[in-house]
Design a protein around this ligand. Sequence first.
Ligand SMILES: [Zn+2]
Length: 447
Amino acid sequence: MTSRDLRTAAPHDPPRRCAFIPPWLAELVDGPQQVERDEALRRARAQRAARTTAVPTAGAVAGGPAWTVHDAGSGTSLPGTPARRAGEPETGDVAVDEAADGITATLAMFADVLGRDSHDDAGAPVSLTVHYGSSYNNAFWDGTQLVFGDGDGRVFERFTKPVDVLAHEFAHAVVEHTADLTYSGQSGALNESVADAFASCLKQRLLGQQAADGDWLIGEGIFTPAVRARALRDMAAPGTAYDDPEVGTDPQVGHMDDYVDTTADNGGVHLNSGIPNKAFQLAAVAIGGTAVEGAGRIWYAALTGADVPPDADFAAFAAATVAAAGSHADAVQEAWARVGVEPGRRGGERAVDPQPRGRLRVERSGGFAGRTESAEVDLDTDDPDLGDLVQQAVLSSPTHDAPPKPDMFVYTFTVDGGAPVRVPEHLLTGSQAELARRILGSGTTEV
Ligand SMILES: [Zn+2]
């Protein structure tokens, strides 16, 4: 494989569905085996759903897409028994009625403010299921419908209780039908953040609040009173939503200086989403009025426009929001600047990094013969044109914790004063392969 081929042969992640509870909390509360079983169940269901047209028909009411809330009766068969349809009265089952109120309000916000007709913008009926599983601690969008557990009552309450949980999951469906942001790394954190942004918009709209009055909490009331928590996330102050002896401390970050490079949680999608979350909150408050009519409309325009590819990073998404902001462009630009993101063009780098200077060392070690080759260049004098490539390949690169495969090479890129970036050969990005080829000589990136 040549370096050119490598550019298009990035490791392909299987599609992942959003679960409202981040993996570290699910594992803590439910144990790793239950989490794995859940994952397997969701994958199987998504595959089944993809083979059939799963959304049941239901009577539409005037002015909005049809919806049906089903009752799974503590089982795991989906969608379960229809319990309430659009236009029907309350049932007296709290979870059913909360889901009904939540989907009605969510569909209305997307239609009235953003001009969107259901998640697909073609009026698709919405299927929801409550009472899913036994003491089930999660809510998710499985690619065809929304699903809510009752919680175990010890750590978590029922997942229909905070209405923003439902709006968050519905927004994932909207993302899937628009920018389809890949659920990994920065694009995955953007997917999470957009879901939180519209969730908070809905909560504030139901409370009749302006952006400045909002509490910006996500999942307020999802924890039982026994847990020391205000909510699951805080968009205005990421990392402060909970601090509890059992469930731990909210690990979210709210600035690029604290960006978490990790392979866990699909590349920290629930951790680093705090950064664009705070940018949204700052923009919404600066613009004024309601969150959804101000920053919400701008974020939605970015999401549905042509400038946000599935693998968009924070800088690319930020640029799309600035471009969509009209007279509020300065406020939006300033909001991103305050979380350390400099809006850049599509595929843009982590713009907070300075232009690379000094010496670059590239080393290739390992391999069947166990040899090490290395070479160095001076970025200031030898080849000043390398700057952009080094920026992309080294300074903006996530680090990989993945162990190299047997006998595979490991490449190490080090810029003066920076931490070495070690990448097993099978995980080299196109720009890293190109840089290795240019520094170590041709032929070194053959796989
Ligand atoms: Zn999510």
